[in-house]
Design a binder for this molecule. Structure first.
Ligand SMILES: NC(=O)c1ccc[n+]([C@@H]2O[C@H](COP(=O)([O-])OP(=O)(O)OC[C@H]3O[C@@H](n4cnc5c(N)ncnc54)[C@H](OP(=O)(O)O)[C@@H]3O)[C@@H](O)[C@H]2O)c1
Length: 246
């Protein structure tokens, strides 16, 4: 990819009618892409990632439509999000078989409090086929920042006040031990727990770049403190032992 600012986006390609999808779907997809480019004020999208697998549309139809976008020059690279390993393999084989553009990136849900979903099978597929990995929710929606306290209700406003997922993290005693360790490593290195949690992802060889979701400039500045920061082998080992899922 170029060193210019890049535009990535997520989308979904819907099947309009079974059987007629190839005829009907592609013009609709092209028209929707043209409208997106107009709204974004750009000639092309650097990376277009499918948000979720589509249970109703055969993967060959989806990839054919994406391939059209690439050939038209509207999209440079394609990727996917929330694909389990078997669906990703199916997509890669389909691209090989028909000569369609292939997924170059994966956007998984992946953080220190959500490891198994990615590490169980998907990680190996990404490593083997050289796919870029862009984890979302890298701070567990905020839990790994250390903003929540044991035995205290989540502050308001915060995502933890309404998110059942974060409240679930708060009920697991192991996650509090993990947070204590992130604080300890952070204190020794002059970093916040969020920065240590982001550095853990950045230190995993398969990870390309976490996708951060700060709500304020202060949060953004804190998150950016992870740039260039890497954990050493001993720090990785302790943190991984406290978040192991196997
Ligand atoms: N592909 C998908 O299906 C999918 C799904 C989810 C998200 N995403 C993408 O991934 C991005 C990141 O996900 P995410 O928002 O869940 O990421 P995250 O980094 O795990 O959580 C972000 C939240 O953490 C808190 N936070 C961040 N930095 C903080 C700091 N320094 N101090 C205190 N709190 C801090 C904020 O919570 P408060 O708001 O409570 O302050 C913020 O809303 C999203 O913007 C979205 O683009 C993709």
């Amino acid at each position: 990819m170029s060193s210019m600012p890049q535009i990535g986006m997520k989308g979904r390609i819907r099947r309009l009618l079974p059987g007629l999808a190839a005829l009907l779907c592609c013009p609709a997809v092209l028209a929707a892409a043209e409208a997106s480019l107009r709204r974004l004020g750009t000639d092309y999208i650097d990376l277009y990632q499918l948000h979720w697998p589509d249970e109703e549309t055969p993967i060959a139809e989806t990839l054919s439509a994406l391939d059209d976008l690439v050939h038209k020059g509207y999209v440079r690279y394609i990727g996917c999000s929330n694909y389990p390993a078997w669906r990703l393999m199916q997509a890669l084989w389909t691209s090989d078989r028909y000569g369609y553009s292939r997924f170059v990136s994966v956007q998984p849900h992946y953080s220190l409090v959500h490891r198994a979903e990615f590490e169980r099978e998907l990680e190996e597929v990404c490593r083997t086929y050289g796919l870029a990995v862009l984890p979302y929710s890298p701070l567990g929606g905020g839990f790994l920042t250390g903003k929540y306290r044991r035995d205290e209700p989540p502050p308001t406003p915060s995502r933890g006040a309404t998110s059942q997922r974060i409240q679930g993290y708060m009920r697991d005693p192991r996650n509090w031990e993990l947070l204590d360790q992130l604080r300890k490593v952070g204190e020794a290195r002059g970093k916040s727990p969020s920065q240590v949690a982001l550095a853990w992802l950045l230190s995993r060889p398969v990870v390309t770049s976490p996708i951060i979701g700060p709500r304020s400039v202060e949060q953004l500045q804190d998150n950016l403190g992870a740039v260039g920061f890497r954990l050493d082998a001993a720090e990785m080992e302790t943190i991984e032992a406290l978040s192991a899922w196997e």
